[in-house]
Design a protein around this ligand. Structure first.
Ligand SMILES: Nc1ncnc2c1ncn2[C@@H]1O[C@H](COP(=O)(O)OP(=O)(O)O)[C@@H](O)[C@H]1O
Ligand SMILES: [Mg+2]
Length: 345
């Protein structure tokens, strides 16, 4: 029988994936596909279904709980006989590094343990390990010391190296920056990018660190089991009104009343409070309407301290999309109450 993998360089294909636990549908008709070498960021607040999707792709969820067409490295995880092949083709870096590292052993011994469970050639695996350790700047003087003596950042990088020892086609990382100092988070992300560039490994990064979008080729936004978006972050941002141009306005005594005033201006599409005294405003026909907005605010006694223009970043896009969904849901609730002859008239 032919593999169901398309002829192009698709690494992961997900078509109409739905996952149900008992009464709860936790993933709802999700479809996307991923090409070789792409870095995919999976974003969404806790409970959105990110880990569940990854668990389907990594053969951790029984077929009775899910439906849809899923292909990982050319193989379908719904068939048990494909599991060992899929697991050989993928790597997994868990959220907590103690789940894939032995802290009382040194890094090279950790590699040995991992290679023996995969039935790999020990010498070759050590060579690969040394190459990975070098890419990841794991200092040579730590290679033969206990992992427990390594710094937090070094442990995290070692955990990534272990996930890559068998040269997987796809690497899954669950929250690689959670628990890492804010100042070190970007380091982790740039190491992932570096690995991706050196090895051409396809990567899935689950994260609520919205800065991670910077290294992603595609970003998935999930909410309550639904995939709201799946595209390059640039494309998603430029689909906002006026291509994502924002006016960042600092306002004296900013409160809900002032925000309502801004929202009332005709061409304003979205107002986000991004600081104590700061809002970001998206509008249609930005260039034309910005001076008109300023005039309108002035006439309505809104005291502007400063104004600058910028392009929305991924964080804003994420906030806006989640906000829009919440609004839609509220409107649906209200119309449901109305149609049932309920309390809102
Ligand atoms: N094995 C399971 N049995 C029942 N419910 C589950 C199971 N795994 C996950 N869930 C539920 O599915 C939803 C999505 O969870 P998860 O995929 O872990 O979200 P995320 O990773 O986006 O935070 C949550 O409401 C969670 O409680
Ligand atoms: Mg999760």
């Amino acid at each position: 029988m032919q593999n169901s993998s398309p002829s192009d360089n698709t690494m992961v294909l997900v078509d109409n994936l739905t996952v149900t636990f008992g009464e709860n549908q936790v993933v709802n008709d999700v479809s996307f596909n991923v090409k070789q070498g792409e870095i995919i960021g999976m974003f969404g607040i806790s409970g959105a279904g990110k880990t569940t999707i990854i668990r389907v792709l990594t053969c951790q969820i029984e077929k009775k709980n899910w439906s849809g067409n899923v292909v990982v490295t050319g193989l379908n995880p719904s068939k048990k006989r494909n599991h060992s092949k899929i697991l050989g083709n993928i790597g997994y870096v868990p959220q907590l590094e103690l789940l894939n590292l032995y802290f009382e052993l040194d890094p090279l011994k950790n590699v040995d343990v991992f290679t023996s469970t995969y039935g790999m050639n020990k010498k070759k695996a050590r060579e690969t390990a040394e190459k990975l350790f070098k890419i990841l700047d794991i200092p040579e003087d730590t290679w033969k010391k206990r992992v427990s003596r390594m710094s937090g950042g070094e442990k995290k990088r070692l955990s990534m190296a272990i996930g890559l020892i068998h040269n997987p086609k796809v690497l899954f990382l669950d929250e690689p920056t959670t628990g890492v100092d804010a100042s070190k988070r970007y380091d982790i992300l740039s190491y992932l990018k570096k690995l991706n560039q050196h090895l051409n490994t396809t990567m899935f990064i689950i994260t609520h660190d919205l800065e991670a979008a910077l290294i992603c080729d595609k970003t998935a936004i999930l909410r309550q089991g639904k995939l709201l978006e799946f595209d390059t972050p640039q494309k998603l941002i430029s689909s906002l009104p006026s291509g994502g141009l924002v006016a960042r306005i600092s306002i004296e005594n900013l409160d809900q009343k002032v925000i309502k005033t801004v929202q009332k201006f005709d061409s304003v599409k979205n107002v986000l409070r991004v600081g104590n005294e700061t809002i970001e405003v998206l509008m249609e026909n930005f260039e034309n309407n910005l001076p008109k907005l300023m005039k309108y605010l002035f006439e309505n006694d809104v005291k502007i301290n400063s104004m600058s223009r910028d392009t929305a970043n991924f964080r804003r896009l994420f906030q806006i999309r989640i906000q829009e969904e919440e609004k839609k849901e509220n409107e649906m609730d209200i119309s449901e109450i109305n149609s049932k002859g309920g309390i809102i008239s």
